[in-house]
Design a protein around this ligand. Structure first.
Ligand code: MN
Ligand code: MN
Length: 274
């Protein structure tokens, strides 16, 4: 059976800690995705639309000030996808959105395994007094028991506090030193994939609020992704900040990730429906 993928925009910035702009991410990614500058191919040969069923559900009308109300809208959008056996592929927005997304999916599927690409572990107990900061979603997810395994790739900014948090929650951090894609374990389903664009090196993806040199190449990210074979219950691409982008290169990279994630969801879920 052909999986249905719901592309959902979450234009919010309310939990960004340093500068705003990520709320403009979904529009920039859509512009790049549907632009005639590129096409809808994927590297495995499948095409969006022809082979892969991707429905663009538009942006949610988030308040961008009321976290509780916005969490409800996000849960409703996930619920709408689940009601038609669809898989939400969400576009941020700051990384705080991953917590309500995973919460809604765990409510249906039970605890998930998470593959998380990021320069930062996002494990702060709170950041500058905000427990819902974009620096904290994975602390909230682990505390709530929404994830069985959390595997982090691209991490290169580990503070002492976050190292303690990772130990406390049993987070598996794959070191960047000597990184190879085959160092990343193959996870069982239900699998959730979260891609913070700043996990990729700023030379390829400059349009982020917190650039950190020494990152992953897009090619390495794709190599990690295509090795994963488990059914995928959801995915997100977050933290694109178009105000810092150069010639839209980061938006175009994010749009390629949409296509490749959609292809992976299609392939992995076709054999083993969620
Ligand atoms: Mn980050
Ligand atoms: Mn992040």
């Amino acid at each position: 059976m052909r999986p249905t993928i719901h592309l959902i925009g979450l234009p919010t910035d309310q939990n960004s800690s340093f500068e705003r702009g990520a709320a403009l991410g979904p529009a920039a990614i859509r512009n790049a995705l549907w632009s005639d500058r590129g096409n809808l191919s994927t590297e495995g040969g499948l095409e969006i639309g022809t082979d892969i069923e991707l429905h663009d559900k538009g942006d949610l009308p988030l308040s961008d000030v009321d976290c509780t109300a916005d969490d409800r809208l996000i849960a409703d959008a996930v619920g709408a996808a689940l009601a038609v056996a669809g898989v939400p592929l969400s576009l941020g927005g700051d990384h705080a959105i991953t917590y309500p997304l995973v919460a809604a999916l765990a409510a249906r599927h039970g605890p998930v395994n998470i593959l998380h690409f990021d320069a930062h572990p996002d494990l702060y107990a709170d950041f500058e007094g905000n427990p819902r900061s974009h620096a904290s979603p994975f602390a909230r997810i682990m505390e709530a028991g929404y994830a069985t395994r959390l595997v982090q790739v691209g991490i290169r900014t580990l503070t002492r506090h976050c190292r303690d948090q990772a130990d406390r929650f049993g987070v598996e951090i794959i070191p960047m030193t000597g990184f190879r894609p085959d160092m990343v374990p193959l996870l069982d389903g239900p699998l959730y994939i979260s891609i913070d664009i700043d996990g990729i090196d700023p030379s390829e993806a400059p349009g982020v609020a917190h650039p950190e040199p020494g990152g992953l190449t897009l090619r390495e990210v794709l190599a990690v992704l295509t090795r994963q074979k488990a059914p995928i219950v959801g995915a997100d691409i977050v933290e694109l900040n178009p105000s810092r982008d150069l010639n839209d290169v980061t938006a175009i990279l994010a749009a390629k990730l949409v296509r490749e994630l959609a292809a992976l969801i299609h392939l992995n879920n076709r054999e083993q429906p969620i």
